[in-house]
Ligand binder design. Sequence first.
Ligand SMILES: Cc1cc2nc3c(=O)[nH]c(=O)nc-3n(C[C@H](O)[C@H](O)[C@H](O)COP(=O)(O)OP(=O)(O)OC[C@H]3O[C@@H](n4cnc5c(N)ncnc54)[C@H](O)[C@@H]3O)c2cc1C
Length: 211
Amino acid sequence: MEGTEVAVDRVRKVGEGTVAVDLPTPDGWSINPGQFVQVGAPVDDGFVVRHYTVSSPYSGEGFEITVGVDPEGDLSPVLADLDEGEYVSVDGPYGRSYYEDEDSVVVLAGGPGVGPAVGIAERVADEKGAQNAAVVYRDVEHAHVDRLEALRDEGARVVLLDDDEALRGTVADLLDGAQVFVYGFEGFVQEAAEALDAAGYDGEPKVENFG
Ligand SMILES: Cc1cc2nc3c(=O)[nH]c(=O)nc-3n(C[C@H](O)[C@H](O)[C@H](O)COP(=O)(O)OP(=O)(O)OC[C@H]3O[C@@H](n4cnc5c(N)ncnc54)[C@H](O)[C@@H]3O)c2cc1C
């Protein structure tokens, strides 16, 4: 068994094939949205660990991860089926591509990358004003729609793209000195880099590649 054992607070569906898992923050942890944790649970006769990115804006007593469920995967379906009070292990937090009090952000999110996107955008909306947060999110079926709509209502710029829509051309108008974050699987991360190049972004994006 690796890491610290924690009892699950809640698992809820936040979109088709996507769940949010609420976990208590272990003593001594300081977590920022966009950092990732290693989560482990028993699967069949073994113990499987995977990484998940923090999707809550704050993580004082508890934090949230957002899990895209791969029906063929080892761990994500197990996490989606957890009941309140069941135990998982957590280790971390890890990562360098997380929110560090920037005044203005643009988050490019593919699939479950929507988790850190909403967490970071909500934090910025709360502390810097919603007009300083922008999210471009592409997915087959969008998750966390209620939180994205709330952000938009507050004044954040939220662009939802279908899975077959190109990122290129969607980011140029949003950049304007903002720190860019990119969260998603390999193909999305590569396309985001190309879209940023095409838009003339000359900053250093904070990128987390989900593999
Ligand atoms: C830094 C980081 C942050 C991440 N953050 C998130 C996040 O916030 N949310 C999120 O949902 N995910 C995130 N991920 C991805 C996550 O860690 C898992 O990879 C994902 O949930 C799939 O895990 P799984 O055990 O369900 O599937 P796996 O068992 O890993 O399988 C994934 C797919 O690969 C196929 N497969 C497995 N083995 C083989 C093989 N030998 N040959 C062919 N196909 C195979 C499976 O059938 C399945 O379709 C992150 C990854 C990293 C590295």
